[in-house]
Design a protein around this ligand. Structure first.
Ligand code: NAD
Length: 297
């Protein structure tokens, strides 16, 4: 079998065109342009790259944005007080604190200081909790983007056996929640695996849909999946490559070349899930501006 490629770049362009049209309608109706505030603590180069992509996406869809840069020695108190000032600023619709944070800061603590009504990453416990009880919420962008891909390519999820490898708060866990809920879009029978899972293959081999978000290059090989599985590779890993200008290349968590002759559908890295994550951030920011998730009384 030769897998069909899930083209996240193309679907994200289509999605962002629709969001741009919606933003223009919103502004045309006399509303202020949506505004996304990004907070970067320190100067981690990967974070700077991700923020660059988010800033370009904002420009593309007509959302205003700027980034507040704080030193990597900023105290938790100072960071949270800065966030609180953004919470209270009516000209800001969405707030995103770029992760990871320096080790002296607790990401849980910092995320909880963001007003959940402005939490466009969908990481605040209020939004995570609402996801688990099928209430309107800011959905974590990566899982939401994967569901957009399922919809675009008409990949059925209901009643399938979905296996998620990786259980982080930002990807694996919300992905498994969305897949497993019986009263929302997922309706799949869902298994979640993590680093303590014994015999990973015993689980992955049964997957109709396999979502991999472990941050381990080459973790999933052809012999670990069944013929015709749908493979969603979330991983983004930098590996050394002297033949490239930067000295590294990006790979996922799956052996793409081995799997492409066995899967029915597969996402490439780059160009698969990544661009959809950014598109979903734009969608959430527009939802925040429109107060669609949390209407004002
Ligand atoms: P994380 O490090 O927070 O979590 C990794 C998860 O994988 C953990 O639950 C861990 O237990 C599990 N894991 C690690 N090794 C494993 C193994 N050998 N077998 C089974 N499970 C294992 O990472 P994260 O933030 O969830 O990100 C995961 C990957 O996805 C990273 O490569 C990251 O760069 C990438 N990512 C991509 C996007 C995107 O938009 N494409 C967004 C976020 C993260």
């Amino acid at each position: 079998m030769s897998a069909k490629i899930i083209d996240g770049k193309k679907v994200s362009e289509i999605t962002m065109d629709l969001i741009r049209d919606d933003v223009e309608k919103w502004v045309g109706a006399g509303n202020r342009r949506p505004f996304l505030k990004v907070v970067q603590v320190g100067t981690d180069p990967a974070s700077t790259t991700y923020i660059g992509a988010k800033t370009r996406a904002c420009k593309r869809v007509g959302i205003d944005t700027d980034t507040t840069h704080l030193s990597d020695t900023v105290s938790a108190k100072e960071l949270k007080s800065t966030i609180r000032s953004f919470n209270n600023d009516d000209s800001i619709d969405g707030i995103l604190v770029q992760l990871p944070l320096p080790l002296h800061l607790s990401s849980h603590d910092v995320i909880e200081s963001i007003d959940h009504k402005k939490d466009v990453d969908g990481f605040h416990p209020m939004n995570v909790g609402r996801l688990t009880v099928d209430q309107p919420t800011f959905k974590s962008c990566t899982p939401a983007g994967i569901f957009e891909l399922f919809r675009y390519y008409s990949i059925p999820v209901k009643s399938k056996h979905a296996v998620v490898v990786g259980a982080s708060n930002i990807v694996g866990s919300p992905m498994a929640t969305m897949l497993s809920r019986e009263n929302s879009e997922g309706k799949a029978t869902t298994t979640i695996c993590h680093k303590y899972t014994k015999d990973l293959t015993q689980h992955t081999i049964g997957a109709d849909i396999l979502v991999v978000a472990a941050g381990q290059p080459n973790l999933i090989k052809a012999e670990m999946v069944k013929e015709g599985a749908v493979i969603i590779d979330v991983g983004i890993n930098r590996i050394a490559d002297e033949t490239t200008e930067k000295g590294y290349k990006l790979v996922g968590d799956c052996d793409f070349n081995g799997l492409k002759n066995k899967a029915s559908w597969i996402t490439p890295v780059p160009g698969g899930v990544g661009p959809m994550t950014v598109a979903m951030l734009m969608k959430n920011t527009l939802l925040a501006a429109k107060k669609s998730i949390y209407p004002e009384e």
